[in-house]
Design a protein around this ligand. Structure first.
Ligand SMILES: Nc1ncnc2c1ncn2[C@@H]1O[C@H](COP(=O)(O)OP(=O)(O)O)[C@@H](O)[C@H]1O
Ligand SMILES: O=P(O)(O)OC[C@H](O)CO
Length: 496
């Protein structure tokens, strides 16, 4: 009977369960969206139970559709939207508040106080991160400060914290396992990425009891077994846990120092493998743990943009410019340029390298001749400009020049966007055959842990490019376009 790896990719807007075969190809897939809550401007929350139910439904569906029995699953890999914070009662397993999503700005006041108290360098040195609402630490503090009785319960050890990976393992094991991996821990603002442990000093500053925190393990090992519904009593090893951007770096087989990928999902995230070197950025890049495998930790530099594919969703759902995100490409191609229009999609502030929580979206260069086509094209172009912003500081901070950029995520099916990305970076853009790269990365890590695949060399052989995009514009044209973007971003930051 053929064996498969079951990968659970719990993303910002949807959950997926995907079965991979030995060739590293998708055999079957199930996907379910869930509700997003926006209780106040800039706040984003989700229901952790709904997330769990969506994952469970996807598992049941993928097994049914693929006609696969639980005993055919060699291992489960888990990858997740990172930083999103769940706090639950240890005795009932019930979350005490909605999950606070990575995009949410509701802890900006807490961050402001921490910055004023002069903690920025301390947090950056120890965690590789910036004091920003993006990360989990201030979200945990917010929940303990705002939910009645929460702090008292936390102090006596009755509450548990987890990012979504931790929450899913907890639920999959009937509440018996409270773990995370190094990659997810490195996004919490509470984990010392050099000493590889929760940092007591930072926990004191954030007033978060250590008893709430999960045990931190490698990204590829058997943590526990899932056996309840829908696994019908078969013990299936849960064999990888890894943050989604880190999983994508692994799925893209970016195993060598100097290899990079960008994933264009809800947001966009470029990660550059820096090997065993924990590089500290001077310009707003994050230092993060890519993964921990076979007793070795690999580091990465990361540039994060909060809005990417979600700008296309905004065109579709907010402005009702088209019915299907894929239509954005045809609209963009109907005009030869965006005609001087720039869209800065700073809906929840700006990430790397600006880190401006208060900035909000803006449009520049409108004329009487501006059409819907220009507007759509300019929005797609903004995704590519944001990646250029990140790449420029990445090259300066790491001294590494990219040979090529590997790309994945929902928006990379847009050929116009990928061509413009290559044009504006002047770097070759490689799109692989498998489009579910994040899930594949988690599958690879799980497969290595259970002996389904032998080693990373075997995985490198499985990565194949589907299409390569090379720049077609002149240096002058590139400079003119990018200068306009920089002016638009500067004006967006100035207007507050
Ligand atoms: N053809 C397309 N062109 C541009 N954007 C697209 C296209 N298809 C999907 N998207 C965008 O990709 C995103 C979904 O990507 P996905 O990787 O599934 O995201 P996530 O993991 O964050 O939920 C959506 O925001 C959607 O608007
Ligand atoms: O859900 P995605 O793919 O947009 O990824 C979200 C990131 O992990 C947030 O840091």
């Amino acid at each position: 009977m053929e064996q498969y790896i079951l990968s659970l990719d719990q993303g910002t807007t949807s959950s997926r369960a995907i079965l991979f075969n030995k060739k590293g190809r998708v055999v079957e897939k199930a996907q379910q969206e869930f509700e997003q809550f926006f209780p106040q401007p800039g706040w984003v929350e989700q229901d952790a139970n709904e997330i769990w139910n969506s994952v469970l439904a996807c598992i049941a569906e993928v097994l049914r559709k693929g006609d696969v029995l639980p005993k055919q699953i060699a291992g489960i890999g888990i990858t997740n939207q990172r930083e999103t914070t769940v706090v639950w009662d240890k005795h009932t397993g019930n979350p005490i508040h909605k999950a606070i999503v990575w995009q949410s700005r509701q802890t900006e006041d807490i961050c402001e106080v921490l910055r004023e108290e002069g903690y920025s360098d301390l947090f950056a040195d120890k965690t590789g991160l910036i004091i920003d609402p993006y990360f989990s630490g201030t979200k945990v503090k917010w929940i303990l400060d705002h939910v009645e009785g929460a702090r008292a319960k936390a102090i006596v050890g009755d509450l548990l914290f987890g990012t979504i990976d931790t929450w899913l393992v907890y639920k999959l094991t009937g509440g018996r396992t409270h773990v995370t991996d190094y990659s997810n821990a490195s996004r919490t603002l509470m984990f010392n990425i050099k000493e590889l442990k929760w940092d007591e000093e930072l926990l004191n500053i954030l007033s978060v009891p250590v008893s709430m925190l999960p045990t931190v393990k490698s990204s590829s090992e058997i943590y526990a077994y899932a056996e309840d519904y829908p696994f019908a009593g078969h013990k299936i090893p849960i064999a990888s846990v890894v943050g989604d951007q880190h999983a994508a770096l692994f799925g893209q087989a970016c195993f060598e120092k100097g290899m990079a990928k960008t994933t264009y999902g809800t947001g966009s995230f470029m990660l550059l493998n820096t090997g065993e070197e924990c590089v500290r950025s001077k310009q707003g890049l994050l230092t993060t743990i890519a993964w921990s495998l076979d007793g070795k930790v690999t580091y990465a530099l990361e540039g994060s943009n909060f809005v990417a594919g979600s700008a296309v969703q905004w065109l579709r759902d907010g402005l009702r410019m088209f019915d299907d995100s894929a239509d954005s490409e045809a609209y963009a191609l109907r005009v030869g340029s965006s005609d001087g229009v720039y869209v800065v999609p700073a809906f929840v502030g700006l990430g790397t390298p600006y880190w401006d929580s208060d900035a909000r979206g803006a449009v520049f260069g409108l004329t009487r001749g501006t059409t819907k086509e220009h507007f759509i094209r300019a929005t797609l172009e903004s995704l590519a400009y944001q990646t250029r912003d990140v790449l420029d500081v990445m090259v300066e901070d790491s001294g590494i020049n990219l040979a090529s950029l590997r790309v994945d995520g929902g928006a990379v099916s847009n050929d116009f966007l990928m061509q413009f990305q290559s044009d504006i970076l002047d770097v070759t853009v490689d799109r692989p055959i498998v489009n579910e790269i994040t899930a594949l990365g988690a599958a690879f890590l799980a497969g290595l842990a259970v002996g389904y695949w032998t080693d990373q060399d075997e995985i490198v052989q499985k990565w194949q490019v589907e299409k390569t995009f090379s720049s077609t514009i002149s240096e002058d044209e590139r400079d003119t376009l990018y200068t306009g973007w920089k002016k638009a971003v500067a004006a967006t930051i100035a207007y507050k």
